[in-house]
Every structure is written in structure tokens, then in C-alpha cells.
Design a binder for this molecule. Structure first.
Ligand code: EPZ
Length: 430
């Protein structure tokens, strides 16, 4: 298993290209199941989650091919991938595939909408909480699906004439639930209204891609989305939006180490709440026509209290990284996690580096420490792992981050991007 060795203490200076968003790419890829025509996605990040989803889609009959690099194309440009689901050969998504990546459960919606049936393994719990799928299944039932749980699988059937438009009212905001309802509703007969829909940029990206495929959707980006079902969808060429979580992660790394970095292609409006918090900590954040520039030259890190919320609030996917930053603040900050019940697994690992954090239910009280010291650490999920990288970049001496496969799921070329900005980071294979 690969490890990453980091020697802390160097400021970050230079420019980092922001990749396409993992959490946008995954539902866009899944949407290719809705049409027999070709869906071409541009700016797809090179990530193990993307490769794994290609395998899962392949099992249903999707042919995925990666375009060769074009002349003059930048080295760090994402890939262009063609997805062609001419024939669906299997409507079952087996345990062995789904259990490795939660988002793959979302295939249930396009399979059901296009084929009238789907049998998808329940994804089960994961390190950050129980993460049930009850709201996703209720949304499909609101469109007329009949769903049974059988031997660990959700077995869904559409009525004989296909899914019917209906009212989907989510009792809490769910990104996956909104993706699922949107995809299913595009091919249902009649009108679907999704109330309390997630407003995340990745939902808007999915809606725009579906509209490009011929879907009739209004209101994506608001809490009320209206979908008029159509009989079929066609192909599209669609660019994946830039990754707001990767943007926020590197922004926090710069605030932590000090320095001056341009986050190229980043779109500030996708993470305004996080950038505002970062500015309150004392970092200088400016939008340029190339992206977002983050600077901190001298001066301390001011403590700031944060509560995670659905978009446009402070994202749960940046909570661990922000906590890493607060471990070096000049004072105490309070970080409340309201989205997932168990997303503090990084706390004990940050403590190995000398962080002083107390947990009280959904609240972490972080007392800034003047120095962190390198140590061996290990993480349990993607965002937790990268919070350790951020802490290590500012720690004295060497940190060895184990279980790097978590990072590879969601951060394209992490070491390369950091090394180019002056960090001492190396991957040790095996
Ligand atoms: C998406 O997960 C993201 N994953 C997560 O990012 C992100 O943290 C999360 O949205 C919140 O922003 C992808 O996009 C692939 P939810 P999702 O449904 O859709 C509860 C990362 O690190 N809930 O919005 O699974 C759920 O337990 C990942 O990239 C139910 O109770 O999240 C949670 O408390 C981690 N029943 C809350 O809703 C359901 O049926 C929000 O979850 C569904 C969800």
C-alpha cells in the first residue's frame, strides 16, 4: 500500500490547476444510462472513484472510452470520456461493486426509468455515518415504483406503463436523493415536483447535462425543481464543473502554510461560504479572471467558528480540512458538524501531530497550538486523509500518511500539485 511522506514547514507558492469535480462527474456518468446515445464528458478527473464507476457502468453494458490527448492540450487538463449505453445488458448492480462506492447506488434511478426495473445492492454504512438510502427509495416510490428489500438488494419495479410524475418532498436535504429523483423524473410520464431539493452546484451541473440531453427541468439550484417527463433522451457533450472541495482544500493548505497560490479554473461562487470563513481567519482571498488567489504572508491564523450546512452553507466536505487549519489558530474555535453523525474520525489522527481537540457530540472544540510535530498517521476517509496532509504541511519534521488510497479516490495528482508549489511531499509505493 502506498504512503505519502511529507516534511512540513515550506510555504506554498505558485499555481494549482483545479480538476473537474468528483461529485459532479459521478452522477453525470450515471446519467449516461438514461440514453442509447453517446454522452461525452469533458474535464473528467483521473480518480480511482471514476475508474471504479466505469467498471460498474460497464457491468450494465456502458461502453466507456477515453479520448486521446489533443495536440496543444495542457498536461493537467482533465480527460474527455465517451459513455455509450446503447444496450443495457444487466439491471443488477452487485454487492461486490456497489459496496466499494456509495454513489454507485444512484444507478437505480436511470435503470428503473429506462428499463422499468433495477436490482441494486444496498450500500451499507461507511466511516462517516450510517448514510441510509431510505429517502432515495421514497423518492422513487413517489414516482410509482414498487420497491422490496430482498437479500441485501433494493429491488425496484416501475408500473407497467413506466414511472409516473409525482410529488417528491424531502424531509431533509439530500444530494443523492435529489440526483436520484431528477434522473428518474426525466423519463417519467407527466410532471414531477421536487420540494426541499439540494441546491448544491453538482445538482445544477447534473440538471444542465440532462437538459442538454433533452430533459425539461426548471428550478435546479433552488429548493423546488420541476421536471416535465419526456419519452427519450439523447446524447450530449458536457464539461464537468471545477471541484469546489479541491479548491477549498488547497485554499486552506495555503492559509495553513502561508504563501501565495493561484487556484486556476476555480469558481469562487461555488464555495463562497468557505472562502468568506477563510478570509476571516486572516488569509487574503481574491477572485481573478483565471480563478481564485489565496495569500497569507505573515500574521497569525484567527480562530473562526463554523457549522456545516447544505449549500450554500459551509460544506461538510471541507470540515476536516478547516479543522486542520484551526489546530494552528491563535485561540479556540468551535466546529459543528450537522450533516453526518460520525465525521470526526480525523480528530484522533490530528492529535498525533499535537492538535488539541475536544469532542462534545456534534461539536469539536479546537484549541490552536503554536506548533504541530510530524508523526505517522492514518485516515479512514477521503476528506479526513487530506486534512492530515494539510496539518503535515505545517508540522515540524516528517509525517507519513498511510492508506493513501483514500486520497486517490478524490484528489487528482495531489503530490504533484503540492510539489510544484514548493512543498516537500513524496509518494512511497508498496
Ligand atoms: C454527497 O453524498 C456527497 N457524495 C458527499 O461527499 C457529501 O458529503 C454529501 O453529499 C453532503 O454534501 C457525492 O456526491 C458522491 P446526502 P450523499 O444524501 O448524497 C442523510 C465526499 O467526501 N440521508 O446529501 O450520500 C445522510 O445520512 C462525500 O466526497 C438520509 O437520512 O449525501 C446525511 O446525514 C462524502 N437518508 C444527509 O442525509 C437518505 O436516503 C445528507 O446526505 C439519504 C441521505
Amino acid at each position: 500500500m502506498d504512503r505519502i511522506r511529507i516534511v512540513g514547514g515550506s510555504p506554498l507558492n505558485g499555481s494549482i490547476p483545479i480538476s473537474g469535480a468528483k461529485n459532479a462527474a459521478l452522477p453525470l456518468m450515471i446519467a449516461s444510462l438514461l440514453t442509447p446515445e453517446t454522452v461525452i464528458l469533458e474535464n473528467v478527473p483521473r480518480l480511482s472513484d471514476v475508474r471504479q464507476l466505469m467498471r460498474i457502468l460497464g457491468n450494465h453494458g456502458v461502453d466507456a472510452s477515453i479520448d486521446g490527448k489533443r495536440a496543444g492540450q495542457a498536461d493537467d487538463a482533465g480527460e474527455t470520456v465517451r459513455f455509450s449505453a446503447r444496450t443495457i445488458v444487466d439491471t443488477t448492480a452487485p454487492y461486490e461493486l456497489v459496496s466499494r462506492m456509495r454513489a454507485s447506488f444512484w444507478v437505480i434511478a436511470p435503470l428503473l426509468a429506462r428499463m422499468g426495473e433495477a436490482r441494486v445492492s444496498l450500500p451499507g454504512g461507511c466511516a462517516i455515518g450510517t448514510r441510509p438510502v431510505d429517502l432515495l427509495l421514497q423518492a422513487l416510490e413517489s414516482l410509482g415504483a414498487k420497491i422490496d428489500i430482498d437479500a441485501g438488494y433494493a429491488v425496484a419495479r416501475a408500473p407497467s406503463g413506466g414511472l409516473r410524475g409525482g410529488e417528491v418532498a424531502f424531509p431533509k436535504v439530500t444530494v443523492g436523493g435529489t440526483h436520484t429523483a431528477l434522473m428518474a423524473a426525466t423519463l417519467a410520464h407527466g410532471t414531477t415536483v421536487i420540494e426541499n431539493a439540494a441546491r448544491e452546484p453538482e445538482v445544477v451541473d447534473l440538471a444542465q447535462c440532462l437538459i442538454g440531453m433533452g430533459a425539461r427541468i426548471e428550478g435546479a439550484g433552488s429548493s423546488r425543481i420541476v421536471v416535465q417527463g419526456v419519452t427519450s433522451l439523447g446524447g450530449v457533450r458536457h464539461p464537468v464543473l471545477p471541484d469546489r472541495i479541491e479548491t477549498g482544500t488547497y485554499a486552506m493548505a495555503v492559509a495553513m502554510t502561508g504563501g501565495d497560490v493561484l487556484l486556476r479554473n476555480a469558481r469562487p461562487e461555488l464555495l463562497q461560504a468557505a472562502l468568506d470563513v477563510l478570509a476571516q481567519t486572516g488569509a487574503e482571498v481574491t477572485s481573478t479572471n483565471e480563478g481564485v488567489r489565496v495569500r497569507r504572508n505573515g500574521g497569525g491564523i484567527a480562530p473562526v467558528d463554523v457549522t456545516t450546512e447544505p449549500f450554500p452553507g459551509f460544506p461538510t466536505d471541507l470540515q476536516a480540512q478547516f479543522m486542520a487549519l484551526m489546530t494552528r489558530a491563535d485561540g479556540t474555535s468551535r466546529i459543528r458538524e450537522t450533516i453526518f453523525e460520525n465525521r470526526f474520525m480525523h480528530v484522533q489522527e490530528l492529535a498525533r501531530l499535537g492538535a488539541r481537540i475536544r469532542l462534545d457530540g456534534d461539536l469539536a472544540i479546537v484549541e490552536g497550538a503554536p506548533v504541530l510535530k510530524g508523526a505517522p498517521v492514518m485516515a479512514t476517509d477521503l476528506r479526513a486523509s487530506v486534512s492530515l496532509v494539510i496539518a503535515a504541511l505545517a508540522a515540524e519534521g516528517e509525517t507519513m500518511v498511510h492508506r493513501v488510497y483514500h486520497l486517490d479516490r478524490g484528489f487528482e495528482a495531489l503530490e504533484k500539485k503540492l510539489v510544484r508549489c514548493g512543498a516537500e511531499v513524496e509518494r512511497i509505493s508498496g
